[in-house]
Design a protein. Structure first.
Length: 268
């Protein structure tokens, strides 16, 4: 909520909104749900939204000056005794950002635990990551048949709107073709789209010689999809390499392809 808007409000209404925002921020930072906020929880909360270490240290000290009874933690009444903002961001904005970030962190943790159980189990792992069907230029492909006999499987995060991706895709395609032509290692690639529309996906996928997760599988594609969450993909292009059993070999081999072309496999 902008400062200009708050200045326009009646003082009592403004006070009410600020109080509600502080209560929401307290709830967001009370990570263990015990009705207290500790310095560790403040630190974790601010880390979750990407605040730098020096700022976090300062803000922990600032908020802990509200610890009037000196027990090393903040009750709701202590925490909400006054308003709070950080780097121009209001308590209301911060509470929503922290809640969303921590929710995503828990989702990622659960996803990794589930993936860990399937790691090394080949088809089961890749069906978890890709679903049961991939698309190819000649139609749908069962993940089971795709995985069969592969030494390595690349998970390629990319998008048509991304300039560096459009520059990297031909390099990866060339390496892919050379590896296939040599026939020494069986290498498969799955495109995980971060495109904004199915039309963009189809146009971009048209330049690729490998398989892709269907654009309709929203839980499996994009930055919030299973693969991206599991591999903590923050930027694109991003190429991760698994062995044929589903064990991660290299979490980001993009620069290896740029540097060594088709020989990148030997550098994993």
């Amino acid at each position: 909520m902008g400062a200009d808007f708050l200045r326009m409000l009646d003082p009592e209404e403004k006070k009410k909104i600020e109080a509600e925002s502080m209560q929401a921020l307290f709830t967001a930072m009370d990570i263990n749900g015990d009705n207290y906020v500790t310095p560790e929880e403040i630190k974790e909360s601010l880390e979750s939204v990407g605040a730098p270490a020096q700022m976090i240290s300062t803000e922990v000290q600032t908020l802990m000056t509200r610890d009037k009874d000196g027990d090393g933690k903040l009750s709701k009444s202590e925490f909400t005794c006054a308003g709070y903002s950080i780097a121009g961001r209001s308590a209301g904005w911060l509470s929503k950002a922290i809640a969303q970030s921590l929710k995503e962190k828990e989702k990622s943790k659960a996803l990794k635990a589930e993936a860990k159980k399937l790691e090394g189990k080949g088809v089961d792992f890749f069906e978890f990551l890709f679903g049961k069907k991939l698309v190819s230029k000649s139609g749908d492909v069962d993940v089971k048949s795709f995985v069969s006999g592969k030494d390595y499987i690349g998970v390629y995060f990319s998008a048509h709107w991304c300039g560096p991706c459009r520059g990297f895709t031909p390099q990866l395609a060339e390496a892919f073709a050379m590896i296939e032509s040599k026939g020494v290692k069986k290498f498969g690639v799955v495109f995980v789209s971060a495109d904004r529309s199915e039309a963009a996906f189809k146009e971009y996928y048209g330049s690729m010689p490998w398989n892709a997760i269907p654009f309709s599988e929203k839980e499996l594609i994009g930055f919030e999809g299973k693969a991206a969450s599991l591999l903590e993909c923050q930027g694109i292009p991003h190429l991760a390499i698994y062995d044929g059993n589903g064990k991660l070999v290299n979490g980001n081999a993009t620069n290896l392809v740029r540097q060594f072309k088709e020989d990148f496999i030997s550098k994993l």
